[in-house]
Write a protein that binds this ligand. Structure first.
Ligand code: 17E
Ligand code: FE2
Length: 423
């Protein structure tokens, strides 16, 4: 297979039934035409064989600095978020630049092998030396032709509750972080949490950076920092640049409060990231029975017209021992736990790991299969969103700026018993 792709034939596009051919010139889509019939392939084109040509997957929320450290030095035995933070605090003093870079690059390879081309990583900046942050800034530059990487300055142990928390955040931004993070539910007091949210938005306004806060990641129905973040974003008129990640406490809010909250959320136009596999694992841990699922109200947020996307959060780290870079697995799990398998939801479910993530990362201008845009796309097994999810197949091709990042042959069955269907 050539390193450059110039033409794709017999491809399906999302939301369309017919077959399409796509041509690529100088790394951009130069023609997208519907086909009246199936075309025969020649040596210079890639035959999609009726499979879906889709914009690349977007991983909007992952912790690359902690990836692949599960069990080092100790395992999280309780499965709580809080023990995860404790275990990570034991691993943090062992960090070196080489250690962070090699694990982050391995994890990025896993993501790329599974069709991801856009990544937002949270990097813990509650470290006086900012070792992980500095390593991640180097990696971003190293991989920039293959992957769009955004770095969040993430204060794992708090901004107000950690020594020099504010200075470390500001230093991280001057070193190259793209996004300002926060963790209000983990601050020592509610007041610290509130102040930190207002400060984060002020800093974003001053620096022109995006915002992505770990917001209310707890089963406490009294954790109400989302309303503070959304209000500050609304008043600064920067909702589209602001993201609330997790918001798992919303699962536990009463419906009357939620009805009032949703008015604000719609006005603020902020984005939401849910990490359903992570939340169903970490949340509900202080319940007996019935146990809460602890996932934010994805279905209701979507129905209210807000942008929601799914992320993996962890790949084999102190919070979550599994994970393999496959966003289709997260999507499958998420739509189960959020009761989102009505046909109208299923038929555009890939939005949750593609377009909505791109909107959250604010990369829409270069994202999507459209004439004149960069030829960034993947080929998925299946003709449409529903088939792709049913098959849970592998990503067959991933192309960035017309260049192949990954090509894979469909899995071939060697032997399988045939049944006579006619009987
Ligand atoms: N840190 C945090 O506060 N929450 C998480 N879900 C992870 C790290 C993975
Ligand atoms: Fe996270």
């Amino acid at each position: 297979m050539e390193n450059n792709v110039k033409k794709i034939i017999n491809a399906r596009l999302r939301g369309r039934d017919q077959l399409f051919s796509l041509q690529i010139k100088d790394g951009f889509f130069s023609q997208i035409n519907s086909q009246s019939e199936h075309l025969d392939a020649d040596a210079h084109c890639y035959d999609a064989s009726g499979n879906l040509c889709c914009a690349p997957f977007v991983e909007p929320h992952i912790h690359l600095d902690a990836a692949l450290t599960a069990g080092e030095p100790n395992w999280n035995m309780s499965g709580t978020l809080f023990e995860g933070i404790e275990r990570w605090a034991e691993r943090k003093p062992l960090l070196t630049a080489e250690d962070v870079k090699s694990r982050a690059l391995k994890t990025i390879e896993l993501l790329v092998a599974n069709g991801v081309q856009y990544i937002r990583t949270h990097v813990d900046v509650t470290d006086p030396q900012l070792i992980a942050l500095k390593a991640m800034v180097e990696i971003k530059e190293q991989i920039k032709d293959q992957v769009h990487l955004q770095i969040v300055a993430f204060p794992q142990e708090g901004i107000w509750s950690y020594p020099n928390g504010r200075e470390l955040m500001e230093q991280a931004i001057s070193l190259g972080a793209d996004v300002i993070g926060g963790i209000p539910h983990f601050e020592f007091t509610r007041e610290y949490g509130v102040e930190s949210m207002r400060w984060v938005i002020e800093l974003a306004k001053k620096t022109g950076k995006l915002v992505d806060v770990h917001c209310d990641e707890i089963d406490d129905d009294a954790a109400r920092f989302l309303e503070v973040l959304a209000t500050a974003a609304l008043e600064a008129d920067m909702g589209a640049k602001v993201t609330a990640s997790h918001t798992t406490a919303m699962h536990s809010y009463n419906n009357a409060y939620c009805a009032k909250l949703f008015r604000l959320l719609k006005m603020s136009k902020i984005n939401f990231v849910s990490c359903p596999t992570e939340s169903i694992h970490l949340q509900g841990r202080f319940d007996t029975y019935p146990k809460r699922r602890g996932i934010t109200r994805v279905k209701e947020l979507r129905e209210a017209g807000l942008t929601v996307c799914f992320g993996q959060d962890s790949i084999q780290d102190p919070w979550y021992t599994l994970g393999n870079g496959k966003l289709l697995r997260v999507l499958d799990s998420g739509i189960h736990s959020c009761h989102m398998m009505g046909y109208s939801e299923l038929k555009n479910c890939l939005d949750l790991i593609t377009d909505n993530g791109a909107k959250t990362l604010q990369v829409e201008q270069e994202y999507g299969i459209e004439l004149g845009k960069p030829a960034n796309f993947i080929i998925l097994e299946g003709a449409n969103d529903v088939e792709v999810l049913q098959k849970q197949g592998e990503v067959l091709l991933s192309v960035r700026n017309g260049k192949v990042l990954l090509a894979r042959k469909p899995c071939e069955v060697i032997t399988c018993t045939q049944f006579n269907i006619k009987g």
